[in-house]
Design a protein around this ligand. Sequence first.
Ligand SMILES: *[C@@H]1O[C@H](CO)[C@@H](O)[C@H](O)[C@H]1NC(C)=O
Ligand SMILES: *[C@@H]1O[C@H](CO)[C@@H](O)[C@H](O)[C@H]1NC(C)=O
Ligand SMILES: *[C@@H]1O[C@H](CO)[C@@H](O)[C@H](O)[C@H]1NC(C)=O
Ligand SMILES: *[C@@H]1O[C@H](CO)[C@@H](O)[C@H](O)[C@H]1NC(C)=O
Ligand SMILES: *[C@@H]1O[C@H](CO)[C@@H](O)[C@H](O)[C@H]1NC(C)=O
Length: 313
Amino acid sequence: MASFLVSLLLLVLQTYAAPSELIKAGFGSARDSIDPDPVPPVNVSEDSTSSPPPGTSKRTPHSIIIGVRKGGTRALLEMLDIHPEVAVAATEVHFFDWDENYAKGLEWYRDLMPYSYPHQITIEKTPGYFTSPLAPERICAMNSSIKLLLILRDPTERVISDYTQVYFNRLENHKPVQAIENLLVRNGALNIRYKAIQRSLYDVHMRNWLKHFPLEQIHIVNGDALIHDPLPELQKVERFLNLPPRIVSSNFYFNQTKGFYCIRSDGRERCLHESKGRPHPSVNSTVLQQLRSYLREHNRSFFRMVKRTFSWQ
Ligand SMILES: *[C@@H]1O[C@H](CO)[C@@H](O)[C@H](O)[C@H]1NC(C)=O
Ligand SMILES: *[C@@H]1O[C@H](CO)[C@@H](O)[C@H](O)[C@H]1NC(C)=O
Ligand SMILES: *[C@@H]1O[C@H](CO)[C@@H](O)[C@H](O)[C@H]1NC(C)=O
Ligand SMILES: *[C@@H]1O[C@H](CO)[C@@H](O)[C@H](O)[C@H]1NC(C)=O
Ligand SMILES: *[C@@H]1O[C@H](CO)[C@@H](O)[C@H](O)[C@H]1NC(C)=O
């Protein structure tokens, strides 16, 4: 029940609602690994033509939220935006993981960042970076002392959430969809090549980052904790980023109707993504067990790697 609530809360942060019957219904036509990949970076020319506030400039980020997809990166970014000394980028940039963007050069990248005052730090988020083989080396080449933020949640819940997002994207685009079990299982065994599973192998991806960055430079946010009780997780991030403590409990209020925290700052109130959230499918329990036991090994190895354990709820 608890884990169901967590996933519901996390989902609630993502997008719109849809009837759960849809998910449970079997959809025939088999397709191989569904790739949720991503919308191209938005056209930001609007932003760059408006005149900048005096005293501000665009700078490459001091910190990047590198992932994980469906881990709560949007919630984290929006919550950090409360801090007066933080300026957040409006769009996902995909500079370091997409060759065609990387080829445009650092100037192009910097131009996508927000205007910020000298005392502020700039943060962008691109959740695809965590699982990108190219991103660690490229980010390190830009700024080897950059501070990285990684938000993670239970790897099994993340797989289901990943599936759910892709599922609704495909429905929206009138593409064929299929039941989660058809993707998770291939010839009677767990289909470990399914991308949603691959992206939940936190140890595999982390190993790649630790080749380029010391562990101290990567702060891991517990995505489940952030949703249940945002302030303590955000205070840890403030300390990691050497920011003065400015985020306080009155910046959050629990919306009973929505079942999650909304943000109050600068006299504005906003609930992350006006939405009722997408329900998770109910997954065949045998298959779910297979998935859990496969991921258990990987999160053990991950815990050793980061010298820390998480009680994913
Ligand atoms: C971006 O938007 C501007 C104005 O709306 C348009 O002129 C320009 O062609 C767009 N650029 C791209 C790459 O879509
Ligand atoms: C690199 O990142 C560190 C940590 O955020 C920051 O202090 C420094 O100014 C950055 N360097 C450049 C050149 O942006
Ligand atoms: C709480 O959420 C409900 C449902 O989305 C919304 O109608 C209401 O305005 C919210 N209340 C506050 C105080 O944010
Ligand atoms: C779950 O899937 C297994 C095969 O992987 C099947 O034998 C079992 O009947 C399914 N259980 C339910 C409740 O559908
Ligand atoms: C590791 O992850 C699996 C899959 O989510 C979970 O069932 C298990 O409890 C986790 N192990 C620990 C020690 O938290």
